[in-house]
Design a protein around this ligand. Sequence first.
Ligand SMILES: CC(C)(COP(=O)(O)OP(=O)(O)OC[C@H]1O[C@@H](n2cnc3c(N)ncnc32)[C@H](O)[C@@H]1OP(=O)(O)O)[C@@H](O)C(=O)NCCC(=O)NCCS
Length: 148
Amino acid sequence: MSLDLRRCQKSSKSLRLTAEDKRKLAGLDALCFPYDEPYAVIGKWWWIIEDMDWNPVAYAGLSPCPETPGYMFLCRSGTLPSHRRQGLAQRLTEARLEFARSLKKDVITYVQRDNIASANNLIKAGLRIVKPVYRYGGDDGIYFGSSW
Ligand SMILES: CC(C)(COP(=O)(O)OP(=O)(O)OC[C@H]1O[C@@H](n2cnc3c(N)ncnc32)[C@H](O)[C@@H]1OP(=O)(O)O)[C@@H](O)C(=O)NCCC(=O)NCCS
């Protein structure tokens, strides 16, 4: 089955999201992070993977990073349980890295210590453990970054 990846914002100059994409992101977020508060999607870049009927199955975001000039922040990534271990998060990570690189930015992010799936995903994409200048996720996370 073909699963297509697209960046929600067509232009690299505007962070504006359509109402339909906001709805899809909120729906995915609720299913992938059932115990979290709804995530604030405004002011970030977003990518969505959809099936042939345009049903969203995975998503990920990239946020500007004013605290760490020269970097962007890999934020929130989720794949519906039914679609996990098919390489979707990997595709989303690669798309975000490619976009950040095109803007001549490095990326930084963190994972909770027990989130093995997420840490392995970042390692597979070539990121390395770093000591952050700014601790976005507090002291408990493991920080990963790129250095192109
Ligand atoms: C983490 C998450 C996004 C991974 O999504 P996914 O689409 O299943 O990941 P992929 O299939 O692209 O996996 C890519 C790599 O990540 C690692 N990985 C993914 N799931 C894993 C798991 N359950 N255990 C260990 N490693 C895992 C592997 O290295 C994998 O490569 P491999 O299959 O060749 O071994 C998904 O499990 C999820 O949505 N979890 C809940 C939300 C969350 O924790 N998000 C991340 C923090 S923001």
